[in-house]
Design a protein around this ligand. Structure first.
Ligand SMILES: C[S@@+](CC[C@H](N)C(=O)[O-])C[C@H]1O[C@@H](n2cnc3c(N)ncnc32)[C@H](O)[C@@H]1O
Length: 582
C-alpha cells in the first residue's frame, strides 16, 4: 500500500521527469570508444585524421563559484568556422574546429601523464598534460566507448548533464569533487549520451538504481572494499551515490558532504524510503482493517477547509494537527517536545509484563519501567474521500525539504542537516527501517555487538496501552541499521534538539504500528544540523547495547563523561527507558 501511495505521489511531481531525467544520467553507460579533451587523436583513433572533439574547458567557469546559473542562457560558444572532418557535438561543432586548426600548428608534446580512477572507482582513464613551444598547455583525457554504438551527442546536453550533477546541490560541492573528476564526467557524459540514442532509453538507463553511477563513495573510503556480510540478509550495495544517498527514491536528492575526510562515506546500508516488515512483526495494513470511524469516506477535496473536523481529525484529538501551509501547529509541537524534555510530568502506562523486558529476559523479566503516552497524528488515507492534496496528508507525501548527510567531524560520525532554513513545525523525514519485534531486535543487537556494530532502533511504544500484556508479535521496533532512510543519520542532542518526534498513523488505525515522523520544533537555519533527543538515560545499562558517550555540546547535556562522572560522585542514577538504542 505504501508503494502505491508513493507511486501516486511521484506522478504528481517527479523531479526526475521535471529535469528530463538528465540529472540522473550518471552512469558510464557503454565502453569502448574514445572521447578526448585534447590533441593527438591520430595515434589513438584509426579513423580520425584530425583531433577528435575538442572540449573547451568551459568547465573552469564553474570553479570556485559553482553558482547555479540559468541553464540555457549563458553564452558559451564562439562563432562558427570551418567544417570538421570528424563527428562533433551539435552546438559546439564550430568551436571544436577552431581548436582543431590551432592544434594542428602546435606540435604539442606530452609533458606528463597519469591515470585516474574516477568517482565510480571503476573506470581507469588516462590524463595527459602537454605544452607547446608556443606556450599553450593542454589537458587531455581519454576514455573508451564502443565505436559502433557511439553517436556524438549535443554538447549543450552534455554540459547540462554535468552541470546537473555538480550544481544541483545548492552550491555545495560533493566531497569527491576534483577537476580531473569533472573532466572525466564530461567524457563519460559524452559516451553515455552518445550511446543512448533516444531520450526514452536515456531516462530508463539513468533511473536504474545502483547502476553505473559515476559518483559513488565507499564505506571507509576504500574504492576496493567489499560488501560487509549482513547477518540476516545479503546486502548487495555497499556504496552510496554522493549526489543522492536515496538513489532517486525520495522526492528530493539527498547529497552526502564530507568536508572532513575525502572519499569516506557513511556505513553501508540499503536505502529504503519507507518501513518494511522483517519477519515476525504483525502490521495489518489492509483497507478492510480500516473501519468507518478511522477514515473520512464522505469527505471531499481538502479536509482542512471543511467546516467540521473529519473523522481522521477526531482520532488526532478533535482537531487537525496541520496548518493549511503543511506545518504542524506550534501548540501540538510544543506538547510533543515537552513529553521528551520533562518526561517525569507526563503520563506513562505500565505493562503487566513488558515485551521489552521479556525480550531481554524471557524467563524472569523485570517489571515494566513505563511507556510515555504520546500525541498521535492521524492522516487521511486511501479509504478517505478527500483528495491527495488534502492538507491532512503530509508525512505520506515524503521528504520535501533539501537535506544533506554530512560528516560531523567531532566524533559523532555522520549527521543530517538542512540546506535551507525551515520554519517551526516543518516535516523533515521519517525514521524508516525494518519493522521488527522487540525479541528480534534484541537478538540482532546481541549479534551486532559481537560484530562491533551498533544497532539503531526506535521502539514503537507510543501506543502501548495501560494494564494489558502485549503479545511479542505486536511489540514493534524500527531498525534502520541495515535498511533505513536518512532518519538514521539524525544525531542525538540532549534537551534542546531542533526536531520533535511525532507518531503518525497513515495506513493503519492500529497504534502498535505507526510512522516515526520528525518535525522541526523551532525555526532551523540553513546548514544547521538536525537533532533529536533520543530520550536516553545515559546511566542505564541496556543489555547488549552500549550507550555512547554524548558529544552533543548542549548545555543541558546529560550524557557527557563529565556529567556522568558528576552523577556517579553525587546522587543516584534513576532508571529510565531509552527510546533509541545505539
Ligand atoms: C542513529 S545513529 C546517528 C548517525 C550516526 N552518527 C552515523 O554516523 O551513522 C546513532 C549513533 O550516532 C552516534 N551519536 C549520535 N548522537 C551522538 C551524540 N550526541 N554524541 C555522540 N555520538 C552520537 C552514536 O554512535 C549513536 O549510536
Amino acid at each position: 500500500r505504501r508503494e502505491s501511495n508513493r507511486a501516486g505521489r511521484r506522478e504528481e511531481e517527479d523531479p526526475k521527469k521535471r529535469d528530463g531525467g538528465a540529472q540522473r544520467g550518471e552512469g558510464a553507460a557503454g565502453a569502448g570508444r574514445h572521447e578526448e579533451a585534447g590533441v593527438r587523436p591520430e595515434a589513438r583513433h584509426p579513423r580520425a585524421q584530425a583531433p577528435l572533439q575538442a572540449l573547451r574547458p568551459a568547465v573552469g567557469a564553474h570553479r570556485g563559484g559553482l553558482v547555479p546559473r540559468p541553464r540555457r542562457s549563458h553564452p558559451r560558444r564562439p562563432t562558427p568556422s570551418t567544417p570538421s572532418p570528424i563527428p562533433t557535438t551539435g552546438s559546439d561543432k564550430n568551436r571544436a574546429i577552431q581548436h582543431h586548426s590551432r592544434n594542428t600548428d602546435m606540435s604539442v608534446e606530452p609533458t606528463s601523464s597519469s591515470t585516474l580512477i574516477n568517482g565510480t572507482g571503476s573506470q581507469v582513464q588516462e590524463i595527459d598534460v602537454a605544452s607547446s613551444p608556443g606556450g599553450e598547455v593542454k589537458l587531455s583525457l581519454k576514455c573508451s566507448a564502443d565505436p559502433s554504438k557511439l553517436k556524438m551527442p549535443d554538447l549543450e546536453a552534455v554540459y547540462k548533464m554535468v552541470e546537473d550533477k555538480y550544481l544541483c546541490s545548492d552550491k555545495l560541492l560533493p566531497p569527491d569533487f576534483s577537476i580531473p573528476g569533472l573532466m572525466a564526467e564530461i567524457c563519460q557524459s559524452v559516451v553515455q549520451m552518445g550511446t543512448q540514442h533516444t531520450m526514452t532509453e536515456h531516462i530508463t538507463q539513468s533511473h536504474t538504481v545502483g547502476n553505473g553511477s559515476t559518483s559513488k563513495c565507499v564505506e571507509g573510503g576504500s574504492a576496493s572494499s567489499t560488501p560487509a556480510p549482513q547477518p540476516h540478509l545479503a546486502l548487495s550495495r555497499t556504496t552510496h551515490d554522493v549526489h543522492d544517498i536515496s538513489r532517486g527514491q525520495e522526492n528530493v536528492k539527498i547529497p552526502i558532504a564530507n568536508e572532513s575526510g575525502r572519499g569516506k562515506c557513511p556505513p553501508s546500508f540499503s536505502y529504503i524510503p519507507g518501513n518494511e516488515v522483517f519477519q515476525n512483526g504483525i502490521v495489518n495494513i489492509s483497507l478492510a482493517h480500516i473501519g468507518a470511524q478511522d477514515s473520512c469516506a464522505d469527505c471531499f477535496g481538502d479536509c482542512l477547509s471543511a467546516p467540521v473536523p473529519c473523522a481522521c481529525a477526531r482520532v488526532t484529538g478533535g482537531e487537525y494537527a496541520y496548518t493549511p501551509g503543511g506545518l504542524v501547529k506550534p501548540e501540538f509541537i510544543d506538547k510533543c517536545v515537552s513529553v521528551n524534555r520533562i518526561p517525569e510530568v507526563h503520563h506513562k502506562v505500565f505493562c503487566k509484563t513488558c515485551p521489552l523486558e521479556r525480550s531481554r529476559d524471557k524467563a524472569s523479566p523485570e517489571p515494566c519501567r513505563g511507556h510515555l503516552v504520546r500525541r498521535f497524528i492521524k492522516e487521511c488515507w486511501s479509504k478517505c474521500g478527500c483528495s491527495m492534496r488534502c492538507g491532512n496528508r503530509v508525512v505520506q507525501h515524503g521528504i520535501r525539504c533539501n537535506l544533506q548527510v554530512f560528516s560531523t567531524g567531532n566524533g559523532r560520525g555522520w549527521g543530517l542537516r538542512t540546506q535551507n532554513a525551515l520554519p517551526k513545525g516543518a516535516f523533515v523525514c521519517e525514521y524508516a527501517g525494518e519493522i521488527l519485534t522487540c525479541v528480534e531486535v534484541h537478538g540482532r543487537a546481541v549479534e551486532n555487538m559481537k560484530n562491533n556494530r551498533y544497532t539503531h532502533t526506535v521502539v514503537l511504544d507510543a501506543g502501548w496501552s495501560s494494564g494489558g500484556s502485549l503479545k511479542d508479535e505486536d511489540a514493534l521496533c524500527l531498525d534502520g541499521t541495515f535498511y533505513g532512510n536518512v532518519g538514521r543519520f539524525i544525531n542525538h542532542r540532549c534537551r534542546d534538539a531542533n526536531l520533535a518526534m511525532v507518531p503518525v498513523q497513515v495506513e493503519t488505525p492500529d497504534r502498535h504500528y505507526y510512522h516515526v515522523a520528525f518535525f522541526t520544533s523551532r525555526k532551523v537555519e540553513a546548514l544547521e544540523e538536525l537533532t533529536w533527543d533520543y530520550g536516553i538515560d545515559f546511566d542505564e545499562e541496556l543489555g547488549p547495547v552500549k550507550v555512547f558517550e554524548c558529544l552533543c555540546g548542549s548545555k543541558y547535556c546529560r550524557g557527557s563523561r563529565r556529567h556522568r562522572q558528576r552523577l556517579r560522585n553525587g546522587n543516584g542514577n534513576g532508571k529510565k527507558r531509552s527510546r533509541i538504542e545505539g
